[in-house]
Design a protein around this ligand. Structure first.
Ligand code: ADP
Ligand code: MG
Ligand code: MG
Length: 208
């Protein structure tokens, strides 16, 4: 199973709706560790994504992802707008020329997204950021890139979820959470939660 550009567009519209619905949960997660604005920032980003994707007749998979990233980057502002924008823009560029999204494309997307975020934000695995969901997801995607997309996404979404759970035990090295020191233990990173919801929603789309 593989997704044509228009199916990728529909999948990303579903991701946008899932993040909008999760706004209270994402806001609470960022309230526990940060300044509490992550849910509203993501919601604003996803409304901009919907405005771009709803009328689009995409010619490529890349176009859908790059438009998603650009909409997030320009509407959210701040560090996480640039970082989530990078996830989709760098990930999208990594699937240039591919007619469909399959497990191999997913692996290329996630690897480039991870590298882009690490380069842009300077964080690494273990710093209690979105990277703690993204890195295990990208590693798993590489491992299962020969499998059908639904199986690959099942494994990748589970890896992101496990990474998000593991972020609870980490001490933050970035953002406002850094000032909390050991007090941030027990709470998952908000950005890692967003990454997990996105991948779980992609899985739900390909399963449906
Ligand atoms: P802000 O921190 O500007 O209020 P958000 O609340 O929207 O922005 O996003 C916070 C999330 O951004 C964190 O939970 C973390 O996942 C992610 N983040 C912050 N800084 C970095 C970084 N340098 N690298 C990767 N992710 C980061
Ligand atoms: Mg915040
Ligand atoms: Mg903020």
């Amino acid at each position: 199973m593989e997704l044509k550009p228009n199916q990728v567009r529909l999948m990303m519209l579903q991701v946008a709706d899932a993040i909008i619905v999760a706004e209270p949960m994402l806001s609470q997660a960022d309230r526990d560790l940060g300044d509490g604005d992550h849910g509203l920032g993501m919601k604003r980003g996803m409304e901009a994504v919907k405005a771009q994707l709803e009328p689009m007749e995409p010619a490529s998979v890349e176009q859908v992802f790059v438009a998603t990233g650009t909409a997030m980057m320009t509407s959210m502002g701040g560090a996480s707008g640039a970082l989530f924008g990078t996830v989709y823009r760098a990930g999208g560029k990594a699937v240039t020329g591919r007619e469909v999204l399959d497990a191999e494309g997913l692996a290329l997307f996630l690897q480039a997204a991870l590298e882009g975020v690490m380069k842009r934000g300077g964080a690494k695995p273990g710093d209690k950021t979105m990277i703690d969901a993204l890195a295990p997801a990208a590693d798993k995607a590489k491992e299962v890139s020969g499998q059908p997309l639904v199986e690959a996404l099942t494994a990748v979404a589970a890896a992101a979820e496990a990474g998000k759970e593991a972020s609870k035990a980490m001490i933050a090295q970035f953002g406002r959470a850094k000032t909390l020191g050991e007090a941030c233990i027990g709470f998952p990173d908000a950005g890692a939660l967003s990454v997990t919801i996105m991948l779980q929603t992609m899985l739900a789309f390909v399963k449906a």
